[in-house]
Design a protein. Structure first.
Lengths: 337, 333, 294
């Protein structure tokens, strides 16, 4: 196992407003290695998006936002880096693509200008060279007739094609890491399949590490090498993809998988009910004592409410598959019933 | 993967009685596509026909631009149909004047997709649910007791009646929308993407609620959605739409297990699945969905179809029987 | 990090423990200052008879054009009338005109704008009429109206409100077009709610927030407008003191007794400032998108 190209180490993020302090992320750590695709899954409010935004330092500065911990890119701590250094990194060594292709690209500039801008800024290419490269990039992301299309405006493209344009802009400078924040949520399922296939092919060809943030477990199951599951600002489980789906350990992961209707389960008449997770995600305003999932967990016992469970291996044979649960991990035998 | 506690709803399969809703050749064209010199209509719904029996759920699936939402709203006459028949228990309501149609609204209600925009932010929950009752019933029917019963039925606390929509979560607002739709005891509820905007764990709660209500009250649903797994779970029959036309319709088990139309096959193949190993054999459809303002001639799917041949541009295929209750529109199957 | 957080939490708690009024004042200083200033003006207008012994119309030719003194705080004008008294009583008229113009134009604007937003063919007719009205400079329109009808405070209100209506109609129409597309309106239709009820129960309440802000700006501009009209001689009749009137009278004697223009002008300026501040403050207060920052 080589060193990770991007590592988030014990990240804590809090947002302060007049109504109080929101602990958006509490003690989250993950790593991504060159050439792999890491999936970060969770529902709304779990903190996955703000974790990604904090990698590129896109969040407002203190006192609105406080971050502690470390985010290491090739060993360099990005939380301590200067703004000038971050400008060098954004779009160049670490890129990001967003959910809504309508609003993530500037509608008043042509597509070619937006791709060329990145190239001229970071790679010091001249106008001619940058535009030529822009045409190559459009071809790379499978946009037909790129010579003509490079001069078109975003509104002349469909949603799926705009997302490809965003991918082209992001990959223009051959970044080491690409962060994709819900890139296919707003797209139709057949277009989603095209985009995921494109991302997969590109990352294999260029060796870019991809961090895929999504709420769709299916997309993760098909495309990602490893998965991190987040709940209410904390990481609750992480594993290699096949392990996570064949042996989900944390009750939340199991709950999520049970709540999703599956195309392969037999259709009974009458239907079996979907397994619900009762209750709602807790408010992140209050500091939590113990496991955040405890109020909704069918397996919760006293210790769950009293102490935060550590991240531990699920089985001795597989130290890479870890979960934060007092009841279901390898060491749970130590906990008295 | 439904490994956690499972409860089985004890209901009998729907009886095949005369249809509650029958739609024949429903068409909705919008002017405005094309240019001034060559005006074209946007063919949002281009002649669809189906029926829904009592106590049955028909799933309507398709991607953007296929016209499923337009079709759903046209059936409720929130959008005026261009032509076609809408038979509610045998009576054609498509051509009735708004005043004469109004009493039929009691039988067909709707639940919307956006839990935030489908409730008036300035009205209390109580008044939102009471509104349909105020339109048609006597004051006793919208008193505290009947309203509290409605709230309870959808799993909301009585104390919630005084609150404003902004004080509820997304899932609770959707429950509120369902309570409002139930108020008049309709026979059919059109669900326009009711769970798309919700998190997975909340989706399950709302889907279960809809299933329970169908079992308890004998409701029929027209369930419009783009999530194929959800539709499979809740529907008895499913219709697949593409660019304003139904390309395949049939019983849910058969349609999902043996899809006949190439679009249905591609759609099912594109759904990311949990459980299979990573990369799998997939025919990814090429190209983008054509615009409804400028649909391809003949079979509208031919521009993306792996089986397309010159004949496909000549004529649009009609729905042909593929099995009991199962129809598909393709020249080659 | 924990130390910073702890301090932050303490600060938030301290803020939260202050009385609500103080908290409100600290977050919305413009609104509060504007309200206070306006309150002072309204107080003076209402309690004018108790604040000053002088009558606004009593002429005393002997004491013409006196400078400010203990007896006449702001001095006297060309007819010997006490300027302070005239300013205070003038406040009544100006404030009345401002408020009434705002109410009238918003009320009429809501009706016309909602109709235009909902009915496509009426929309075309109405908006062309509004465009026509906006093409005529407001002052000319008002002056023309005043020459046609007998001058009084009521007619001044109408003359000023009329040019303001098209702007309100535009705003209301734009809002209605957005509201119309909202699912809750379609839901109301699906439930059989009749159109007039939809308008009253669903559309109008959701219009009020931006309209309140607009109304305050109309009030401010109406007060200045009234001053213009009076200055031109087409405003409130000369017997009724309004700030514009007072300044118009004093035009010829400003070098001898500048107080005739200075004091009413000052009061007018402060009042308009106050109302504008209230408008800005309200807009910030009512805008849900402005995050509640520290």
């Amino acid at each position: 196992m080589s060193t990770p190209i991007l590592e988030v180490d014990d990240l804590h993020l809090t947002f302060a407003s007049r109504d109080g302090i929101t602990r958006a992320v509490e003690g989250v750590s993950w790593q991504v290695y060159a050439g792999e695709m890491l999936g970060i899954v969770g529902e709304s409010g779990c903190g996955k998006s703000v974790t990604a935004m904090s990698v590129l330092r896109l969040l407002p500065p203190p006192p609105t936002t406080h971050a502690s911990g470390a985010i290491r890119f090739r060993g360099e701590d990005l939380l301590q880096a200067s703004e000038a250094r971050m400008q060098e990194i954004r779009g160049n060594e670490i890129s990001m693509i967003f959910q809504d292709p309508m609003t993530s690209i500037n509608p008043v500039l042509t597509v070619g200008e937006q791709i060329a801008e990145v190239l001229m800024l970071h790679q010091r290419l001249g106008r001619q060279a940058a535009w030529a490269r822009a045409v190559e990039l459009l071809a790379l992301v499978n946009i037909p007739d790129p010579q003509r299309r490079v001069k078109d405006y975003p509104h002349q493209f469909s949603g799926g094609m705009r997302q490809r344009v965003m991918i082209a802009i992001a990959l223009a400078c051959k970044p080491a890491v690409l962060i994709a924040d819900e890139p296919t949520t707003a797209l139709d399922v057949t277009i989603q399949a095209q985009i995921m296939e494109l991302l997969d092919r590109l990352r294999r060809e260029t060796g870019t590490a991809v961090v895929l943030i999504t709420h769709d477990l299916g997309v993760v199951a098909e495309s990602c090498d490893r998965v991190v599951v987040m709940y209410a600002g904390r990481k609750v489980e992480e594993a290699a993809t096949p392990d996570l789906f064949s042996q989900p350990s944390h009750p939340y992961t199991r709950g999520l998988l049970g709540a999703m209707p599956n195309l392969d389960t037999p259709l009974t008449q009458p239907r079996t009910r979907l397994a619900e997770i009762p209750g709602m995600v807790p408010s992140l305003r209050t500091a939590a004592v113990g496991c955040r999932f405890a109020p909704r967990c069918p397996l919760a016992v006293e210790v769950c409410r009293a102490q935060v469970p550590p991240l531990e291996a699920v089985a001795a044979s597989n130290p890479q598959h870890r979960a934060a649960c007092w009841r279901t991990t390898f060491s749970s035998e130590k906990i008295a019933e | 993967m439904n490994a956690m506690a499972v409860e089985v709803s004890a209901a009998a399969p729907p009886v095949q009685t005369p249809a509650l809703l029958e739609v024949r050749n429903l068409v909705k064209y919008y002017p405005g596509g094309g240019s001034w010199l060559r005006p074209r209509s946007v063919k949002a719904v281009d002649g669809i026909s189906f029926s829904i029996a009592h106590g049955e759920t028909l799933g309507l699936v398709g991607e953007s631009g296929c016209g499923k939402s337009t079709a759903a709203k046209t059936i409720l006459r929130l959008i005026a149909p261009t032509s076609g028949e809408i038979l509610l228990q045998g009576t054609d309501v498509a051509g009735l004047s708004p005043t004469r149609f109004r009493p039929y609204r009691r039988d067909m209600q709707i639940v919307f997709q956006d839990p935030y925009a489908s409730l008036n932010p300035r009205m209390r929950a109580r008044d939102i649910v009471a509104e349909p009752l105020r339109n048609f019933c006597r004051p006793a029917d919208w008193g505290d007791a009947p309203l509290a019963a409605l709230f309870e039925r959808v799993g909301l606390d009585k104390a919630a009646m005084r609150k404003f929509p902004s004080e509820f979560s997304g899932g609770q607002r959707q429950r509120l929308g369902i309570a409002r739709a139930l108020a008049l005891n309709p026979k059919l509820i059109v669900c326009d993407e009711p769970v798309s905007a919700l998190d997975v764990s909340i989706q399950a709660q709302v889907i279960n609620l809809l299933g329970d209500l169908q079992r308890d009250l004998g409701l029929s649903y027209l369930f419009v959605a783009h999530d194929l797994a959800v539709v499979r779970h809740i529907s008895h029959r499913v219709a697949v739409m593409y660019l304003g036309r139904i390309v395949e319709i049939g019983p849910v088990g058969e349609l999902y297990a043996s899809p006949r139309h190439p679009y249905t096959k591609a759609l099912l193949a594109a759904v990311p699945k949990v459980g299979g190993a990573g990369a799998r054999e997939k025919t990814v459809l090429k190209g983008d969905i054509p615009s409804p303002a400028n649909p391809p001639s003949g079979c509208t799917f031919r521009t993306r179809c792996p089986m397309a041949r010159p004949e496909c541009a000549q004529s649009a295929p009609a729905l042909r029987p593929q099995g009991p209750g199962h129809w598909a529109a393709c020249h080659f199957i | 990090m924990d130390a910073t957080l702890a301090r932050l939490e303490q600060r938030i708690e301290r803020d939260a423990s202050q009385p609500r009024v103080i908290r409100f004042a600290r977050r919305h200083p413009m609104l509060v200052v504007g309200l206070l200033l306006l309150a002072v003006m309204v107080f003076m207008a209402l309690f004018a008879p108790w604040i000053t012994a002088w009558d606004a119309t009593e002429m005393n030719v002997i004491a013409r054009l006196k400078a400010p003194s203990a007896e006449h705080i702001f001095g006297t004008d060309a007819m010997g009338r006490d300027i302070f008294a005239r300013t205070l009583y003038g406040a009544r008229v100006s404030l009345l005109v401002g408020v009434c113009v705002a109410l009238v134009s918003v009320a009429i604007g809501i009706v016309i704008g909602t109709v235009a937003g909902f009915s496509r063919w009426l929309d075309a007719i109405v908006m062309r009429v509004m465009d026509g009205m906006m093409a005529i400079p407001g002052i000319l329109l008002a002056v023309a109206l005043m020459t046609l009808i007998h001058a009084s405070v009521q007619t001044v209100i109408i003359a000023i409100a009329l040019p303001e209506i098209p702007r309100v109609v535009r705003l209301v129409r734009a809002l209605v077009l957005t509201i119309r597309e909202q699912p809750y309106i379609q839901a109301a239709q699906a439930m059989g709610t009749r159109l007039p009820v939809i308008l009253m129960r669903h559309v109008v309440p959701n219009l009020l927030t931006p309209l309140i802000v607009q109304a305050s700006f109309i009030c401010a501009s109406a007060m200045i407008f009234e001053a213009y009209l009076s200055f031109l001689g087409a405003g409130t009749p000369p017997e009724v003191p309004s700030w514009g009137n007072i300044m118009a009278d004093g035009r010829s004697v400003v070098q001898l007794a500048f107080g005739v223009i200075l004091f009413p002008g000052l009061f007018l300026g402060l009042t308009v400032l106050a109302v504008n501040m209230i408008g800005d403050g309200l807009r910030d207060l009512l805008d849900p998108r402005i995050a509640r920052k520290l």
